[in-house]
Design a protein around this ligand. Structure first.
Ligand code: FES
Length: 176
């Protein structure tokens, strides 16, 4: 007669210890992956938000064209290089302004960005108005608000003529 096989039983506390270890491992893995994901998303956002406080973009004079290129009374769009473009900016490192020659030696330059939410405004020469296509903001030719949501007049740049070149002094533009 065969004797019954001895039954091999796992000790209950061993099984429980292994299950807790696996659970703890998965919990730690989940925490690590969440922290990693939050860092990947959060660090660039924090850097973007804090960068204006950490370093102010330099103010530079930028040439926008020969003085004799501009006719008195005309408002034209000019482009210049952003003083502190990001390494990956490419063509978007260029920014623009609306320049008007008001007299032989007098120029006025407006930022293209609407003071509401920053859309580029267009100059309408037949109406002598700047018009924002985003929410219908309208500015008079001196940059003051004529209608719509813009809270302030268009920002202005300092302008000078050096060696026959019209130059604009770059500066940060406040939006909103
Ligand atoms: S962004 Fe120009 S009116 Fe809103």
């Amino acid at each position: 007669m065969l004797s019954p096989k001895p039954e091999i039983r796992m000790q209950p506390n061993m099984a429980t210890r292994r299950a807790i270890t696996r659970r703890q491992f998965l919990e730690w893995l989940s925490i690590l992956l969440s922290a990693w994901g939050a860092a990947i998303v959060g660090i660039p956002i924090i850097g973007f938000v804090l960068s204006p406080l950490i370093q102010k973009p330099p103010q530079l004079w930028r040439a926008v064209g020969a003085a004799d290129r501009f006719k008195v009374g005309e408002t034209v769009e000019v482009t210049f290089l952003d003083p502190s473009p990001l390494p990956w900016s490419g063509v978007s490192a260029k920014t623009a302004a609306w320049l008007r020659r008001e007299g032989e030696q007098e120029y006025i330059a407006f930022a293209v960005n609407c003071t509401h939410l920053g859309c580029p405004v267009r100059w309408l020469p037949n109406a002598d108005l700047f018009m924002c296509p985003c929410h219908g903001g309208v500015y008079y030719q001196d940059g003051s608000v004529a209608a719509g949501p813009p809270p302030r007049p268009l920002a202005q740049y300092d302008v000078r003529v050096e060696n026959g070149q019209v130059e604009i002094l770059t500066r940060p533009i406040t939006i909103g």
